[in-house]
Write a protein that binds this ligand. Sequence first.
Ligand code: ZN
Length: 164
Amino acid sequence: MNEEFQDHQIRDIIRINYKYTMGGQSKFFLELMKHKKLLGTKCTKCGKTWMPPRINCSDCYAPADWVELKQTGTIEVSTIVWYTTSAFIKAIPYGVGFIKLDGAETALLQGIFSENLVPSKIKKGKKVKAVFNKEREGKMTDFFFVPEDEYENWISKPEYEGGN
Ligand SMILES: [Zn+2]
């Protein structure tokens, strides 16, 4: 290669069709999509309840059983999102946080939407409730959390509904 050599570059787009499996976690996504249930798992040895679910306990490695959790929880930590990927750009600003569902011992990272999004509305310790998309695909984006006092407003919108 001499000093005059220059790489020839062509810009193009590669499209890839693919599918992936949720494996042992499939039940969580299927119950979410079909029945608006939020399933965690409970360790058969130490009894710890995991959300997001673990097929085997991450503490003692024993198998865990599926358990249905309540759809209310408490914010452990949160932030407001101002920069995001193209998939969520229309939703900004929105909150995200780690939510500990009532009955679970671990917290789930999920979106927190509010009609009046200010830090005090989604701060640590605030109670939230799950709202579900009417059109669900078996994905984490099938549901989100809202402050408890906004729940009735959110589920009255045509594209959303309450859980069980
Ligand atoms: Zn365990």
